[in-house]
Design a binder for this molecule. Sequence first.
Ligand code: TTP
Ligand code: MG
Length: 642
Amino acid sequence: MEESESASDKPRPWQSYHTVYTNAKAGMDGVDKEKVQRVVYEMSKGSKYFENEERKEALIRQKIEHMRARAAKLSAADLSHYQKVADKRILELDSTRDLSRIWLHVDMDAFYAAVETLSNPSLKGKPMAVGSMSMISTANYEARKFGVRAAMPGFIARELCPDLIFAPTDFKKYTYYSDLTRKVFWDYDPNFMAASLDEAYLDITKVCEERSITGAEIAEELRSRVHEETGLTCSVGVAPNRLLAKVCSDINKPNGQFVLPNDRMAVMTFISSLPIRKIGGIGKVTENILKGVFGISTCEEMLQKGSFLCALFSHSSSDFFLSVGLGLGGTDTPEARFRKSISSERTFSATEDAALLYQKLADIAEMLSADMQKEGLSGRTLTLKLKTASFEVRTRAVTLQKYISSSDDILKHASNLLKAELPISLRLIGLRVSHFNEDKGGVPGDPTQKTLTTFFKSGDASRRTGDDQRSLGSDLSDLHFISEKETAISLDNNETCHHEFGDPFERKHLSDIDDKNCISSINACEMEKIDELSSNKTAAMVNTADVKERTTKSPKRDLSRVSEDDSSVQREPEDSNPDRLNKEPSTSGNEEFFSLNQMEMLFWVDDYKCSLCGAELPSSFVEERQEHSDFHLAERLQEEES
Ligand code: TTP
Ligand code: MG
């Protein structure tokens, strides 16, 4: 089945080429990692992705050396001082432990692939992936045995598994099944937090109490109800906080569950041997640095090396590391936030076929309209976003005299905007509606339960595939320890993000729910102003679809003004948007977790585009996003050091 690697003395450059594709996802335990590494190496050699990976590796090595040197300079007196600091902090953090809640994390198994198999049972038992030759969204467990996994380019996947069957993405179908699962979740926690189409966090404390039933029983019941309603299986983790619940849901995947009791001892035992990489927010850079400099590979070792962590990292970063060592995580239910815009967009292979572009526009208008109607929203400003074949990003906005929400209305105005740009070759079209009718929802100050629940039901739900991406959600993971500055992210209304979600432990360090929440709120404030960056840098690095592609930067064009009878059409001003990030001094200790200054700040615009460089990664590409923020972190560290 495999080519022999007989000549052991032959150079094996791929061995040091560590991509996300070699990181294990559920069902990939027995995978021949070296083969995957070699295939990925051979097939991506010379690409931008490859160059970037090499650069990252070099930066990480440099950082490790630098930190080792700093650690070596610590005197015995320094270390004894920092040991006291660490001991005190561990006690303080431990005293914040909340064991009163029971959190459940549910994650559908091979979600898109399972839905495709449901509608085409002949796929059962065969290795299959959803997506295309440029990118796959997920693979079933049969394909994973070959090393095929989500976010891998299809051409690499086919090389790994020649019999791989590709199923095209059918986003509508996934949304339909996702909605069915959410109806079940609703019964257990009406305020459940959807982290993506196939993932949610439920606070089951109340239902356990009311029914005098254990978390494990609820998990069993919920899984079988999801199966009854959808024909699909899911896996569940139950734990005293969200961070742990998420780790737990992966343990017995697929179609399994794992329960961590609400008991300090049990948590500490669980966490003691847990590899740090299992924690959302700890990506490759952090993992390599902690391992390379301090020899930390398990969560427990964070506590053992507390003195070094306190000596060499910022207060916020060391707090985060120590809290991981203690198995602390979010237990609160974040408050509702209200949207100020709603958007939908789609990425596709570049085309200049106008009919095709109009068809895409019509599809997006329909998706957007459906989302708006679900939430009872109507708005007056319609923004068209285009990304050209050369990665230039343009936005055109029209402010109408009446509020719209129907797909016909949206399409009519969007078509006018698009028409003015033709002929054009595009790879992305997006539509956003803002300037909502305040009587119809999305109104700050009108926190009805319905709105609240709707927000959590749909607001966090990222729609993600290689081809279809819609807004909301984000990830700032792994950037936390780069900043020592007491700065915070400020929203247009002078709120800071961290005021919204009071959990110091799951915030930016975790790529799961809290990031999504935070960014939902960022999105709510329309902090989306990255066109300039993206137009010039989108071609860069991580988008796996770009592995084979060579792109050229194109200068921004001077965008003309268009006008329309009942509306004004304008290029969105680049510097007058009040909804951007501002630097604000933070006001509480916990806010340090957000302490990233404006340039260091990374978030995912419209749920898929890196705010720093414009590279595209949908929210479900958790590890890839991790890698991506790692890259920026490394870049930043290099700057600091030079
Ligand atoms: P995941 O829950 O990460 O993956 P999965 O459900 O396919 O497999 P499992 O949970 O059993 O490990 O993602 C859910 C869906 O999101 C997935 O079916 C397809 C989509 N997705 C992408 O589009 N791109 C990605 O990179 C990932 C990871 C997922
Ligand atoms: Mg899943």
